[in-house]
Design a binder for this molecule. Structure first.
Ligand code: F0G
Length: 458
């Protein structure tokens, strides 16, 4: 008999989860203004809000926490991180930051000015927020295949080279401070970018003399997909693939809360001394001195170890297998999801799931609320609420994809939890025809409204 798959780790510490009744959840979600961010964590049973900062660290990482050097300047933990960043990415310069968006803030403060455009593949909301806050524009150049959830394409995070070149031809070079490749592309469903696409984007950027940066939050999951899906990479060491990916870019912002499997942290790495000299002032201004950047020494040490843990093939295989496990369970219930399944989450197609809810009443948010009510499972809307309003017209932007994201924390839940989540969604799918009403906004802010928006029943 062929032996079944089993995770390459065991559990040392456990944390209780809290069950609740539907009546309790009805009251809590109403008190939360129908915004799942406003729930207390003990009002949630299975929390798939995000895979960011929610992972379980390894015992190697916990031992690094004890070894953390808390010196204000010249911390040895900083040098540990510097070594790992240089070894893995071939980037000699870096500044630590307290998380990914802080790295964006530091980089964009140095590079972006009002009126600029920043092309990329479906920029993440904080990236777009930081660009728009500077009165610049994020231009989405993702391939069209990404917006068809049923179409198979192995690299739905890819950038359309024609769309990118059109941007380069439309705007003068002085107005395009950088191009951003998000690996994996969170907004389009945790979808990877192929090595070929990374190389071609990089060549095109070189031709027009535009710097190219990774938004590297899930770089290791991207490398895993290159290994299993792209010709020529089968069996190749993940770290070799990572090194090759980074050889094509000038730098990277990183949220260490994802693929470095820590609870807090980020950094900004670059190849060029000139770029480093431009960014370091902003690091000191916004984050802290260059050798700690808003983090404790122990956090830096845990990131350094986490980058090594997170680029182990066996770990990545277990991680991505669990995501696919949930995806396949949902498929058994006939639930429409973005396919192929992405790296960190399953994205349920809310437009197809709840066609009777008008798009003006936020289909994906409605589904997220239904899922919470059904079983205390918290997912997150990646749809119209997240897309914010157009900065000029102030009209809602309706994105091509209206998704409910079920993001899976790293090494935290078992497949029994995945079965539970799938059963909850399966029950809702059975009664989907009866769900015809969504929600309307009663209170919102102009940028990144989804975090604080308050809603009422439509
Ligand atoms: N880039 C990507 C692709 C992300 O997914 C995130 C965060 C960031 C940048 C910002 O990093 O949170 O450390 O400041 N994504 C989280 C999520 C919040 O739930 O997907 P951060």
């Amino acid at each position: 008999m062929e032996l079944p798959y089993a995770e390459p780790y065991k559990i040392k510490v456990v944390e209780p989860l809290y069950r609740s009744t539907r009546e309790q959840r009805e009251q809590w979600i109403a008190e939360a203004g129908y915004n799942l961010f406003n729930l207390r964590s003990d009002q949630v049973f299975v929390d798939l809000l995000t895979d960011s900062g929610t992972g379980a660290m390894s015992h190697h990482q916990w031992s690094e926490i004890m070894l953390g050097d808390e010196s204000y300047a010249g911390s040895l933990s900083y040098y540990k991180m510097k070594d790992v960043i240089n070894t893995l990415f071939g980037m000699p310069y870096f500044v630590p930051t307290h998380q990914g968006r802080a790295a964006e803030n530091v980089l964009f403060s140095a590079l972006i000015k009002e009126g600029d455009v920043v092309p990329g593949n479906s920029h993440f909301d904080t990236t777009k927020g930081h660009i728009e806050f500077r009165r610049a524009n994020a231009i989405d150049c993702t391939i069209d295949e990404a917006s068809d959830t049923t179409l198979y394409h192995p690299f739905k995070g890819n950038i359309d080279l024609q769309k990118l070149e059109d941007v380069f031809k439309t705007y003068p070079k002085e107005q395009i401070p950088l191009c951003i490749i998000t690996v994996t592309c969170n907004t389009s469903g945790g979808q990877p970018v192929s090595m070929q696409n990374i190389r071609e984007v990089s060549e095109l950027c070189k031709k027009y003399d535009i710097p190219v940066f990774f938004d590297a939050a899930r770089f290791a999951e991207n490398a895993y997909f290159i290994r299993i899906r792209e010709e020529g990479y089968a069996g190749k060491d993940i770290r070799e693939i990572v090194k090759e990916m980074y050889s094509h870019v000038d730098g990277a912002t990183m949220s260490s809360k994802k693929d470095a499997i820590v609870n807090i942290g980020g950094f900004l790495a670059c190849r060029d001394k000139e770029v480093f000299e431009k960014i370091r002032m902003y690091c000191i201004l916004y984050e802290g001195y260059l050798t700690y950047g808003g983090l404790a020494g122990r956090d830096l040490a845990a990131v350094a170890q986490g980058l090594m843990d997170g680029t182990e093939f066996d770990y990545l295989e277990a991680r991505i297998a669990q995501v696919a496990y949930l995806g396949n369970k949902l498929k058994e219930h006939g639930i429409p999801c973005q396919e192929p399944f992405g790296g960190h989450a399953i994205f349920v197609d809310a437009k197809k799931f709840l066609p009777n809810v008008p798009k003006e009443e936020y289909q994906a948010q409605t589904l997220a609320i239904e899922l919470y009510l059904e079983g205390g499972v918290r997912g997150v809307e990646i749809g119209t609420l997240l897309a914010d309003r157009d900065p000029k017209t102030r009209e809602n932007r309706y994105p091509a994809l209206e998704l409910l994201r079920l993001a899976i924390p790293r090494r935290v839940y078992t497949n029994n939890h995945m079965d539970y989540v799938a059963a909850c969604l399966g029950n809702i799918y059975q009664k989907r025809d009866q769900i015809t009403k969504g929600y309307r906004i009663v209170n919102e802010v102009p940028i990144m409204r989804h975090f604080t928006v308050e809603l009422e029943k439509a």
